[in-house]
Design a protein around this ligand. Structure first.
Ligand code: SF4
Length: 342
């Protein structure tokens, strides 16, 4: 829900699954702010907001939205750094003012969760914070170090397990391609193994894109990070999915950066079907694969089968012809489409 006026404060981002949620800003920006791939809060200082300030925002939101909100998302990157008493007051304040709310969710860092006493997390959970989104990104220490995630694999495991032990629904974000070409296999294997150990309720894919101006772009410029092509990315995801035997979770591909949006299902039951999606993409003849990737990155289609819908193929053929006439390699065009620079 976007604010119709500036009577309250809201932060810049929320997960795709919180598109309909009321956004409540509990903290500003990110306390870590060093992740090499992340363009969101760079140059902005982290601060916590007082419970009184947030409760005043809730009063203003109640004036605007009445009791319509059904889900709420606490911003920004790590509201779990707030004092327990403050967070409990805020969550209880939401429940009081918006009685029809069925779910309250927040981002959190494993680093924070791994250090917070379980009893405090249980108090926050009992007050009514239901779900945490954690940026696992990778379960591989070499990748976490490369992208300066600021947590180790051990802390990622501990943070995830502690969230589960406190009773939260746990959603873990994974970034296919984050290790680049050099660490692709280790990234896939170690990330799958981490998720088997954590057993989150949701795994959400968010494909790595190199945003201009980020430290990851600098790593790429120095040759220390070589991004995966779309095909290499699909191979890595296939390897990752194969490693997920033993996890009971819901896999979601709900981010616009993902190529294969149909990678959604319940594990372990759907593992075979999801692997088959990857295989189907990888088995496409070269010309069809390029057309699918372009149509997908241009936002024209979401699923493999849609390439054969009336008009799609002809429209993509025109794009391919234009690229050929201009001497542009489709893979380069695809990388630029992913980074938002084309
Ligand atoms: S990815 Fe998350 S933790 Fe890392 S800098 Fe961005 S907001 Fe902060």
């Amino acid at each position: 829900m976007s604010p119709p006026h500036a009577a309250f404060e809201q932060g810049p981002i929320r997960p795709p699954s919180e598109a309909q949620s009321l956004l409540v800003r509990v903290s500003r920006n990110c306390p870590w702010n060093h992740c090499a791939f992340c363009p969101v809060y760079k140059g902005r200082r982290f601060s916590l907001r007082s419970a009184d300030e947030v409760l005043a925002d809730l009063d203003a939101m109640r004036e605007v939205y009445g009791d319509r909100p059904r889900t709420v998302f606490l911003q920004d990157a790590n509201p779990l750094l707030s004092r327990t008493d403050d967070l409990v007051r805020v969550v209880a304040g939401i429940r009081e003012r918006f009685p029809r709310v069925t779910r309250i969710t927040a981002y959190a860092r494993s680093h924070t969760l791994a250090r917070r006493p379980l009893a405090e997390l249980q108090r926050i959970r009992a007050a009514g914070l239901d779900r945490l989104h954690l940026g696992l990104e990778s379960g591989c220490d070499a990748v976490l170090t490369l992208v300066r995630k600021g947590v180790t694999r051990a802390q990622q495991l501990e943070g995830g397990r502690r969230a589960k032990a406190a009773g939260f629904e746990l959603s873990e974000y994974v970034m296919p391609g984050l290790g680049g070409r050099a660490l692709s296999a280790a990234h896939a294997d170690d990330t799958a193994a981490a998720l088997v150990a954590i057993q989150p309720d949701f795994v959400r894919l968010r494909t790595t894109a190199v945003h201009p101006g980020t430290p990851l772009a600098a790593l790429q410029a120095r040759g220390e990070f070589v991004p995966l092509t779309e095909v290499e990315g699909a191979r890595e995801i296939r390897r990752f999915l194969a490693g997920l035997a033993g996890v009971t979770t819901r896999l979601e591909s709900d981010h616009v950066l993902n190529l294969l949006m149909e990678l959604r299902g319940d594990l372990p039951a759907d593992q075979g079907r999801l692997l088959a999606v990857c295989d189907r993409f990888l088995a496409l003849p070269d010309h069809d694969r390029v057309r699918f990737m372009l149509a997908r990155r241009l936002g024209w289609i979401e699923r493999l089968g849609q390439l054969d819908e009336p008009g799609v193929r002809a429209a993509v053929d025109r794009v391919v012809r234009t690229l050929q006439e201009r001497g542009i390699d489709p893979e380069e065009a695809l990388a630029e489409l992913r980074a938002g620079t084309l």
